[in-house]
Design a protein around this ligand. Structure first.
Ligand SMILES: [Ca+2]
Ligand SMILES: [Ca+2]
Length: 86
């Protein structure tokens, strides 16, 4: 059983490293433990930002969205989506 735990730990480290490196990359869609779809899928009108409507379409709560919309312009950036919304 110990071997399995080691594999899980290794996977978590790899994922964390990949998430840090994928800052400006176009995401290779390896989602281990990430329930949310890639930003490109969520951003339905392709304006590079997430509207409340787009957020709700993938099950993001309105209060979660508002928390991430720091400047209250009704939109959340890709970074906010990736790192702020869980
Ligand atoms: Ca959008
Ligand atoms: Ca905003």
């Amino acid at each position: 059983m110990q071997r399995i735990y080691r594999l899980i730990a290794l996977g978590a480290i790899t994922f964390a490293a990949a998430a840090g490196a994928a800052d400006s990359g176009n995401g290779e869609g390896q989602s281990s433990g990430d329930e949310l779809p890639p930003f490109s899928e969520v951003d339905q009108n392709g304006d590079g930002e997430l509207s409340l409507e787009e957020a709700k379409a993938v099950g993001i709560q309105e209060d979660t969205f508002e928390r991430e919309d720091l400047d209250n312009d009704g939109k959340v950036s890709e970074i906010g989506y990736k790192y702020g919304i869980k």
